[in-house]
Design a protein around this ligand. Structure first.
Ligand code: S3P
Length: 170
């Protein structure tokens, strides 16, 4: 059974939707950030602070390679997984890859009080969101299935993805 791989910027709902989706389909949910933390035995913020983003990306890549060999999983990725095209081709080989979208305003609302995202740490979160989005927009846009989550509940989004997963086309 194919995996379902949820991709998208921070705050687009990958983890919340992933849980609901997995429950509805009777599949296991894997949160990649949690897998990375478990593998490293320390939180994401500490990995970034001590070893930097490039190191984090190598661990992230290793986790993708491992998860892409499995099946029947709902996988919630970290927002930067699109930065390495090999991550997308590996996940696409064994899963339905879906990109969740949200406007910068919705993203800001969802991450405003969050302290676990080193790339958005500190003040001026909106400027940081816009800067990162600008660099990644084309990577997210290139993904085959797009789901606009603005104004939708987690259940609505999960339902749309169930339809994609069970639908005739893919
Ligand atoms: C990141 C997103 C985070 C986490 C890390 C880097 C990114 O995951 O992997 O902080 O580069 O966009 P979420 O998208 O789950 O917040």
């Amino acid at each position: 059974m194919r995996n379902i791989v949820l991709i998208g910027f921070m705050g687009t709902g990958k983890t919340s939707v992933g849980h609901v989706l997995a429950e509805r389909l009777g599949l296991a949910f894997v949160d990649m950030d949690a897998s990375i933390e478990e593998r490293e035995g320390r939180p994401i913020t500490e990995i970034f602070a001590t070893d930097g983003e490039p190191y984090f990306r190598t661990v992230e890549r290793a986790v993708v390679q491992e998860l892409a060999t499995k099946d029947g999983l709902v996988i919630g990725t970290g927002g930067g997984v699109v930065l390495d095209p090999d991550n997308i081709s590996d996940f696409s080989a064994t899963g339905l890859v879906v990109c969740l979208q949200a406007t910068p305003e919705t993203i800001l609302e969802r991450v405003a009080h969050d302290t676990n995202r080193p790339l958005l740490a500190g003040d001026d979160k909106m400027q940081k969101i816009l800067g990162i989005l600008d660099k990644r927009r084309h990577l997210y846009a290139a993904l085959p299935h797009q789901v606009d989550t603005n104004g939708l509940t987690v259940d609505d989004v999960a339902e749309m993805i169930v339809a994609l997963y069970e639908g005739p086309d893919d």
